[in-house]
Write a protein that binds this ligand. Sequence first.
Ligand code: HEM
Length: 251
Amino acid sequence: ESEREDRDDAGLESITLAELAEHDSAESCWKAIHGRVYDITDYVPDHPTEEEVLLEWCGRESTEGWDNKRPGVPHSPRAEAMLERYLIGRLVDDTGEPLEPGPGEPTGAMPERQAEEATSPAQDERLARALLGLPLDGHYRGVFIDRGSIQVNITFDLRDGHIESLAYRYLAYRGVDYLALEEGDELYPVMLQHRQIAERLEGAPITRIFALYEPASLVDDIDGYSGATLRGAKVISAIRDALNRGVYAWP
Ligand code: HEM
């Protein structure tokens, strides 16, 4: 930490969250980590995990991911030294002030301006929704676990209370990894039905998840679905778990 306090970043190019957000893909992947911005596009293929692990953070404040390559485990000093090779600037807010989030506190969670003004739920829609227990817009993650193992791991965004970008991070039952199944595999249709669920919920209000109690309204091949080992109730449960956990990353 002291190393960070000592550093002089004034000479670095200033980069806002909005500029950062434009570089959110494998074609151009920037990340803000501890107040500095890195263009790690060239490094992505060399990272010792599937690219997905890194790509997920492109264009975002990524300190949380960097400090927790696995929960509670930060990157090594060697990795830190490597990171500095990709340094391109420092993260600033709209007024040009440096932004450095504390641990586990993504930048933009509550912009300072808004924090000062947010005196009452009468003026702050987000505060009002939170007080009523309504889900806030943002990125969510949740799981359904049974007998000690994860069966559904789901991720989605909420925008104006509507579901967007719903995807499975993991889908399994009794040791079968559904996402790894291929056409022709016996359980492949079950995986397809789950994809269909995701497509049909896309753009729907969050309340639509309860349609999964009657999957016939969402998937075509209901027989295959009802005979399957993964059920709509589990997906509902995973989504509700995500909502209970709260916003994982702010939009
Ligand atoms: C911010 C999102 C990132 C996440 C979630 C992430 C996650 C991980 C994971 C899961 C591993 C393998 C497991 C392990 O070694 O324990 C790993 C290892 C590693 N990562 Fe990352 N990584 C991220 C960013 C980066 C970046 C930007 C760099 C370098 C420019 C980097 C460099 C390395 C290196 C060198 C290792 C080998 C182990 C070590 O030295 O700590 N990672 N990372």
